[in-house]
Ligand binder design. Structure first.
Ligand SMILES: Cc1ncc(C[n+]2csc(CCOP(=O)(O)OP(=O)(O)O)c2C)c(N)n1
Ligand SMILES: [Mg+2]
Length: 364
């Protein structure tokens, strides 16, 4: 019979046992600083992303979802671990593989599913789809389809944070393929030159569409690309949730304290195709299976059980609750109206006229 460590008393006893333990690891440190309930919460977030996306695939097959659909399945530990370090005043930019980052940043899955269904209740009023999740109330600036373009936008917001002294940090996610484009080098150069509070998180999943890393990049250790700009950088295991949390946490602290940007290369793997239409001729089933057997979500679940943080029965109950929530998001999306024609000419398309914007004179 496993011990339940969700209660305060149990957490205290777990913390004491950690203190007396000889070896300090990301797990023991996280348990000590965050407590057992927070460790279980990370499991919930990863599982919510996984089940949400499995449902997306199902809805795509049933033609409820159209357009492009790029799933994050297999990469959840990177997004959840990295974003867990952010405060409300911080900012997130990401690429088209954006479902996981949106959920980790706390966006409600009902408007996300509605966005995929092209409904008016979607987070981008049903007109962005899978690649354009956004919620400005959470400083979640999206979802960008053009590879690498958003890195420069991240610099812009980081410059604003610095000039207005908001103490905010910008975290921007992108793939290994994006590091071959000019925007990547422009963004790194400018961020380092101005010591901007940006954490660049490259999710190195070993492929850019169907092109393997060693075929598309002359330097396969992406973190070394930061050396050209004298920028701090690190390569980490993107599949180890608590390791990601701790190491990206150091990068966030570095950026927040005014020392400048950091490039983090998180090694990970996508279990599904590049998009829902990918036949995956460029990699073998055996390779995919090898990576699947080290599924970061399963590994984290096992850690929680083995370390007696949470019994399997409680994790199973969380899974069931998530299934209920995901089914409810489909019902919400299905029952929502499509956008009306007024959105063709309304403020959802055009920005407010310039004269109505307030410009801080210190910025010009
Ligand atoms: C500027 C630009 N060029 C090409 C594309 C087509 N394209 C879409 S995704 C992609 C691969 C990007 O791979 P990576 O950055 O590794 O991200 P991943 O999909 O692996 O997460 C390409 C080339 C695009 N969207 N934008
Ligand atoms: Mg990639």
């Amino acid at each position: 019979m496993q011990k339940q460590r969700g209660s305060t008393k149990a957490v205290t006893s777990a913390t004491q046992s950690v203190r007396s333990s000889m070896t300090s690891t990301p797990f023991t440190r996280a348990l000590e600083h965050l407590g057992a309930d927070q460790l279980v919460e990370y499991y919930r977030q990863m599982m919510l992303i996984r089940r949400f996306e499995e449902k997306c695939q199902e809805m795509y097959t049933r033609s409820k979802i159209g357009g492009f659909l790029h799933l994050y399945v297999g990469e959840e530990a990177t997004g959840v671990g990295a974003i867990s370090n952010l405060q409300p005043q911080d900012h997130v930019f990401t690429h088209y593989r954006d479902h996981g980052h949106a959920i980790a940043r706390g966006l409600d899955i009902n408007p996300l599913m509605a966005e995929l269904f092209g409904k008016d209740t979607g987070c981008s009023r049903g007109m962005g789809g899978s690649m354009h999740f956004a919620d400005v109330t959470k400083n979640f600036w999206g979802g960008y389809a053009i590879v690498g373009s958003h890195l420069l936008l991240a610099d812009g917001v980081a410059l604003q944070c610095k000039m207005q002294k908001t103490n905010g940090v910008v975290m921007v996610f992108f793939g290994d393929g994006a590091t071959n484009g000019g925007e990547f080098y422009e963004a790194l150069n400018f961020a380092q030159l101005w010591k901007l509070p940006v954490v660049f998180v490259c999710e190195n999943n070993l492929f850019a569409m169907g092109t393997p890393l060693e075929v598309h990049s002359s330097v396969t250790e992406i973190y070394r690309k930061a050396n050209a700009f004298d920028m701090k950088s690190m390569r980490i295991d993107g599949n180890d949730l608590l390791g990601v949390r701790e190491q990206v946490g150091e990068a966030v602290e570095h950026a927040r304290s005014g020392k400048g940007p950091v490039l983090v290369e998180a090694m990970t793997y996508r279990f599904r195709g590049h998009s829902a239409q990918d036949t995956q001729k460029y990699r073998s089933k055996e390779d995919v299976e090898k990576h699947r057997s080290a599924d970061p979500l399963e590994a984290y679940r096992k850690l929680l059980i083995d370390e007696e943080i949470c019994p399997a029965s409680r994790l199973d109950a969380i899974d069931v609750q998530i299934d209920v929530e995901v089914d409810a998001s489909v019902e919400f999306a299905d029952n929502s109206p499509v956008p009306g024609n007024e959105w063709l000419t309304d403020a959802g398309i055009y920005a407010a006229p310039l004269e109505t914007l307030t410009v801080d004179p210190t910025l010009v």
